[in-house]
Design a protein around this ligand. Sequence first.
Ligand code: SF4
Length: 334
Amino acid sequence: MCQPLLARLRQQQPNLEIDVLAPKWVLPVVERMAEVSGTIESPFDHGDLDLRGRWRLGRLLASKRYERAIVLPNTLKSALAPFFAGIPIRAGYVGESRYGLLNVLHRLDHTNPPPMLERYLALAGAPGEPVPDPLPTRLDPSEENLARALAVLSLPKPSEDQPVAILCPGAEYGSAKRWPAVYYADLALRLKASGFAVWLMGSQSDKPVTEAILQAKPGCAIDLTGKTDLATAIDLISVASVVISNDSGLMHVAAALDRPLVALFGSSSPAHTPPRSTKARVQYLAIECSPCYARECPLGHFRCMRELAPERIFREALAAASPTSACAPPPGGG
Ligand code: SF4
């Protein structure tokens, strides 16, 4: 979501050095972006105020003499370290009344909020300035780490004879964003019967979902959840012939790697966080209650996802994997 902002900053000042401060688990993604010069690990847990720690981080940032900070989260605490560092230009959205902490304040049009990507991209310009079209951006996978991962995980190198379909059945946000596990199991079996090696990808917290998939259809896929860090997940996804994913971080990774992609939306909206790729096939029924952005289905029927039948997603996956496949740009981006 933030890479077009970084690309725009580089376009404005080609010699600009951009360091990214982010939680440890995000850094592998950032390190695969050509626009980024360096990274700094954020030492804070989610929701952690830790004023003293933020003061110390501010002193560290001060020693690096940054000229400008762009704060992407809207929280008050995320603006503290750049303020303590005395960075002269500190831009971001007003968010939690960050008057003073930030000195270049952007305001969000709550009546017609732009998609996240455009929201971030706007921070490259002055408040109220028109937002340019996003530049094309890509993640650069590591061949070396890919070869190592294939060997360590005992996975055959994907080829034309043995294409790989990667399923990303998790979504940290909640079950309302997750296509049912039994549907994923059905899809995995169909893909396997069509000649694909099927890999299940996700973090350790997605394990219950992949276990449910393998329980529904034993042997339908190889479970890689929890066996890869994010960097390795990126490198493995880079060789997939097709990726089928819920609206999650890995969906955006697959789009940024320009992989053929089937993106499943239910309680969230593809207009808000679309996969930015012409190879993405967005599957969204837009039933009367969606998007509700709930973590769990408040109506209990979960029709937004349950009515996305496995046969349909299988057809889309085969079409996406076909070398002649080309899609229209997704809503709100691409
Ligand atoms: S309320 Fe509607 S959109 Fe929200 S999770 Fe339930 S079925 Fe999906």
